[in-house]
Design a protein around this ligand. Structure first.
Ligand code: ATP
Ligand code: MG
Ligand code: MG
Ligand code: MG
Length: 479
């Protein structure tokens, strides 16, 4: 007698083996001669069918075997008569671990809307769609660690509670142990954070980059892969308040090395998912095709999911400067016809509609834009000689827009301090960061990839809240 996950039973065991399968009932169907139970244990998109003869199971037991109930079945693997499956379990014994009242269990054997499933995020991993997404998410996370390990990077854990605001973007969640109803006040009537836990104002991290740079300036090549928090007050399909960011940082890398790494990295992890999640991707590809059929013709996507993944791994990414991109966008049809929601001109930060136009309509390839205006990018990016732009790079994907943001970092102490003054950051507050430029400064570069944007792309889902187990967004934090 062996107990194995369904995925391994289907893959490795020959007909005739006695097995015990434990899982949740997806469907039960009764015919004149037999009872058919489809079981799934989360290890694979494929159910295994368990069959009992009519009259074999007591009425009381049968009543408990409904969609959502957890059961164990034991019996030999036999060849299946049914279409779409090679083997099934011929039930000898059944044990019901936990029934699920059919009048109350919210997941019935039909397609539920994603909106409804978001309301029951605690149960949605039991659906085909979400179990597929979560298995792909796992495979991608593993591929990320594997890629960096294979390429000589060290995994660096950067602080989650920080005293610095890396981007100066003001989208931080305050961390405090003070009593919010009556905090201690200074003589000027402001909250006295010197009495707080850390003796100062602290926040949840918006990026591990500044600390990541410290790691690169000691270990050479590092990456972070940790939770990141941004109080984004917009309700978009690409922003979460809590997400996971992957941030490699490399000493002795310049902008071009950074672009080469970003391109090789995303292609490699997507290839990994294609190789290791074929069943789940095929399921999501099909699901998407059915969904597309319900849309208006002009809103249907030209590429299927698998084609979109091939599109990224088989094309060389187009590389051009922000200035060249603006030229293209300004002269584009949508700009001339006033079809962009946001106007575009040199100096503006690009919106995802502009980014997607470049990728999907103009180049029909993934794009890396470089050398953005310094005013719209963070203070730490290396300044170009023209005094106007910085060595930034954004990687743009179809259906998503920005998936990666990165840059070569400013390694000149004086230029960095001057820029901090310009944007209103006190150099003393980041004295530890400036030490890397004060002592043994070196050219270096890095980038940040929002892990959920990658999962969003690879699964072909439309909303970032559907690719993380427990989404946090404005007014959404059930757990
Ligand atoms: P966007 O322009 O889409 O708001 P950003 O430029 O503010 O992104 P960066 O600060 O460059 O983002 O962060 C690096 C990466 O982190 C982005 O390229 C994106 O993949 C991801 N990211 C940023 N904000 C979020 C968020 N709120 N939720 C999920 N991923 C995010
Ligand atoms: Mg943003
Ligand atoms: Mg951006
Ligand atoms: Mg960015």
């Amino acid at each position: 007698m062996s107990y194995l996950p369904i995925q391994q039973v289907l893959k490795t065991l020959p007909v005739g083996t006695d097995v015990t399968i434990k899982g949740w009932v997806r469907t039960k169907r009764e015919s004149k001669n037999a009872v058919f139970i489809a079981l799934n244990d989360g290890s694979t998109i494929n159910n295994i069918q368990a069959v009992a003869e009519a009259g074999q199971l007591s009425e009381d037991t049968l009543k408990l075997i409904t969609t959502g109930a957890c059961i164990a079945v034991t019996g030999p693997l036999v060849e299946s008569q049914g279409a779409g499956q090679a083997v099934e379990v011929k039930i000898v014994t059944v044990q019901v671990y936990g029934p699920a009242d059919p009048d109350k269990y919210p997941l019935q054997p039909k397609r539920h809307s994603l909106e409804f499933l978001r309301e029951i995020a605690h149960l949605r991993p039991r659906t085909n769609t979400f179990s597929a997404i979560l298995r792909i998410r796992h495979a991608l996370a593993f591929a990320v660690h594997k890629y960096f390990n294979d390429n000589g990077f060290y995994y660096l854990n950067t602080p989650i509670i920080t005293a610095s605001d890396a981007e100066g973007a003001g989208e931080m969640f305050r961390v405090t142990t003070l009593d919010a109803t009556k905090p201690p006040l200074t003589e000027e009537g402001k909250v006295d954070y010197s009495q707080d836990f850390f003796g100062r104002e602290t926040n949840l991290t918006v990026s591990g980059q500044l600390e990541g740079e410290l790691g690169a300036m000691a270990l050479g090549k590092i990456y972070t892969f940790g939770p990141t928090f941004r109080a984004e007050n917009s309700n978009t399909t690409r922003h979460l308040a809590e997400f996971w960011m992957i941030e490699p940082e490399m000493a002795f890398y310049e902008l071009e090395d950074n672009m080469n790494l970003a391109e090789d990295f995303v292609k490699t992890v997507i290839r990994y998912a294609l190789q290791h999640c074929a069943d789940d991707l095929a399921f999501l590809d099909n699901r998407l095709k059915e969904e597309e059929k319900t849309k208006k013709k002009e809103e249907q996507s030209e590429l299927g999911l698998l084609e979109k993944l091939q599109f990224v791994i088989s094309n060389e990414f187009v590389r051009l400067t922000y200035t060249e991109a603006i030229e293209i966008l300004v002269n584009s049809k949508p700009a001339k016809k006033g079809q962009f929601q946001y106007e575009v001109s040199w100096g503006v930060d690009l919106q995802s509609e502009h980014e997607r136009y470049l990728v999907e309509k103009h180049f029909k390839k993934p794009v890396i834009l470089t050398n953005y205006p310094r005013e719209i990018k963070a203070f730490y990016m290396k300044q170009d000689e023209d005094g106007k732009t910085v060595r930034a790079m954004d990687v743009l994907f179809p259906g998503i827009g920005e998936i990666i943001g990165g840059s070569q970092r400013e390694d000149d102490f004086d230029k960095l301090v001057a820029r901090m003054h310009e944007v209103g950051i006190e150099p003393e507050a980041l004295w530890w960061y400036l030490d890397t430029r004060r002592f043994g400064s070196a050219p270096h570069a890095g980038f940040g990839l929002g892990f959920e944007r990658l999962v969003l792309f690879v699964t072909g889902m439309g909303n970032i809240r559907d690719v993380i187990p427990f989404p946090r967004a404005p007014k959404t934090a059930e757990f």
